[in-house]
Design a protein around this ligand. Sequence first.
Ligand SMILES: *[C@@H]1O[C@H](CO)[C@@H](O)[C@H](O)[C@H]1NC(C)=O
Length: 433
Amino acid sequence: MIGDRRDSGLTRKDCGSGVPTLPRSRITTTIAIGVFLGCVLGFFYPVDVFVSWPPFHDPITFSNSEVIFSSCKSSERINMLKSEYITASERNTELKKQIRELTKKLQLAEQRNDNAEKQVLVLGEQQKASHFSTVKVIPDDSINPKLAKILEKVTLKRELIVILASSSVKDMFEVWFTSIKRVGITNYLVYALDDEIAGFCKSNDVHVYKRDPDELDETFKSIARIEGNHEVSGLKFRILREFLQMGYSVLLSDVDVVYIQNPFDHLYRDSDVECMTDGHDNMTAYGYNDVFDEPKMGWARYAHTMRIWVYNSGFFYIRPTMPSIELFDRVTRRLSSMNAWDEAVFNEELFYPSHPGYVGLHASRRIMDYYMFMNSKVLFKTVRKDAKLRKLKPVIVHMTYHPDKLQRMKAVVDYYVNGKQDALNAFPDGSDW
Ligand SMILES: *[C@@H]1O[C@H](CO)[C@@H](O)[C@H](O)[C@H]1NC(C)=O
């Protein structure tokens, strides 16, 4: 009902804005003819009046010249000419007035046309800006020359996988880099958070970077203080910012991810941020209209709300654009001033539109295919029980929904890489608490 009303309103409006085109074209034609006639008459009449009948124009010439000997006949003729002159000059004035009016109308019409063109221009620009809002940053290697040198070596087409790792997740980390190497991915970098994991990387021939402690600035320190044993969740946004500043696209990866194919072959690269989802079906992953029912409102009992399961902040591809850097800054700022779940903050910044007192982030987002970039709920609740889906070969599996991450990671490797058909069977759908 409401929709119908709005539709008809829109249609009316459209018609309204369409109508002026007809008179406008008529006006233009009229003006053109008018101007042409005016020019022709305006050109010839004054010549007639002022050149053909100079005696009237110049009374002195009239009184002193040959006409002084004229007869009654000629004075009659003079009177006739006089009245003709008056008529002609009246017509001349009238025509001039008409030309002035037509010129004015023509100018107005041109102005309207001009405004219409300007409107089209503005709309065109807006459309562009809101489409792929990808204002790329100008790469600046001076941010971190040491890191820049490593990135020159390890990246491919200016993109790479980045992981933050500490020795507390060493076992999972081993499964992680083993799967990466097996797929043949070379453009990745481990951002080591302690010496032990850095050494572990070196002894396993894994690309690693470790920041010297005295290179940490105040923001790093304040986040580290708040995080305590939360470890890396907020710190990563601050760290990743440098990669973007240096002009690299980053595929951020948590440690509880198993790689089965090369993700760089499965990205769209058309948005500021491309995320895997915590959703588990088309609706929850890609968004749906959740109708809220309030019966006491009667005719208007249904209110429509837009819902979507959160983007996973542990596996996303982000391009080096201004909105991307702004996203990281906003998340970092909020996480460094309060204790919040980084995924919630990340999603809030991506989701909320501008409103009074708040300027929203204009970042474009894409959600990855949830069967290709699969979370562990999709795998254990759905895929492993469906004969057809079992044959799908995902790009990655992320153990987002389960605390027994290491065991499930190994089972995923067994199932998808080693072909053990029963590898996933022993696990319950969810955790047993
Ligand atoms: C889910 O969406 C995909 C495309 O996005 C479509 O091919 C598929 O049929 C949908 N599945 C269901 C159950 O609607």
